[in-house]
Design a protein around this ligand. Sequence first.
Ligand SMILES: Nc1ncnc2c1ncn2[C@@H]1O[C@H](COP(=O)(O)OP(=O)(O)OP(=O)(O)O)[C@@H](O)[C@H]1O
Ligand SMILES: [Mg+2]
Length: 299
Amino acid sequence: MSLNVHQVSKKYDKQIAVDAISFSIDKGEVVGFLGPNGAGKSTTLKMIAGFLTPDSGTITINGIAVDKDPIAAKKLIGYLPESNALYEDLYVKEYLQFLGKIHQINQIPKRIDAVVEQLGLGPMQQKKIGQLSKGYKQRVGIAAAILHEPALLLLDEPTSGLDPNQLIEIRNVIKSLSTNAMILFSTHILHEVTAICSSVLVLHEGKLVANEPIETLLQPLTNNLRVSFEDDITAFRDQLGELNAYVISIDKHLLVLKLDANVDIKKKIMQFAIDKGLNIQRLQTEEASLEEIFKLLTH
Ligand SMILES: Nc1ncnc2c1ncn2[C@@H]1O[C@H](COP(=O)(O)OP(=O)(O)OP(=O)(O)O)[C@@H](O)[C@H]1O
Ligand SMILES: [Mg+2]
């Protein structure tokens, strides 16, 4: 099971919205799709979903080309568009029944009950979609996207407008779906990406500027080690040379060292503490945040 996007480009008139991007996603992967407003995320998702035709490049899902065999491809895709257009005059279940028939799924009522339960839509069944609050409409959109158990789930800002409790629930739903599907979702909530994604795609002005596992992306910034001592270590300042490490700062109880991929500084600092009779309270690698990386990549 895989999604392959190869050298895909799209222009609106003269404006290049997506510029020769290539990436692939395999089964079990949850990929966060990031980028500033106007970067081209929605355009890319629309092309994968078959709603827009790329100017050039190819998109295949499990070997099926989206432009050559659109019906077969759409059977594999669940898509929640940014606009989340819904039939406002239908009741929630009516809408899901309609979609179930379009997708020709088996055991429609059973499947509807499952997604209604998964998305917490039970209490809203007496209302028409048009009478639902924004967050509940969003839940209906997600329910519609997953109803036919697609192999590839494309979600354009799925958690926008959700309350904090529902945010967590929807994240758990997305995570649980990943055992059987590939998931690509765009978001501006970077914390969400660290919470549920295995890897990240970052788009900037139509170009792919990062395509990596989260740990790899964060690696360049996790390069300082903060060592807190119970004792005042200023008296040992002159002996820090024994560590063969670059000292960034020293302040009474706190020593900050530069991490070096080739040297086990943690081990060295432990030995240093034992030799000098010092007590270490805490060893901490400085946490890099996705926000910092995002800024670096998209400025
Ligand atoms: N139908 C359209 N006609 C003309 N230009 C468009 C159209 N749709 C999108 N664009 C332009 O293409 C670029 C990419 O837009 P897109 O909606 O893909 O960005 P995005 O990354 O999803 O942004 P956001 O985070 O704001 O949702 C933008 O400059 C946008 O103005
Ligand atoms: Mg968008």
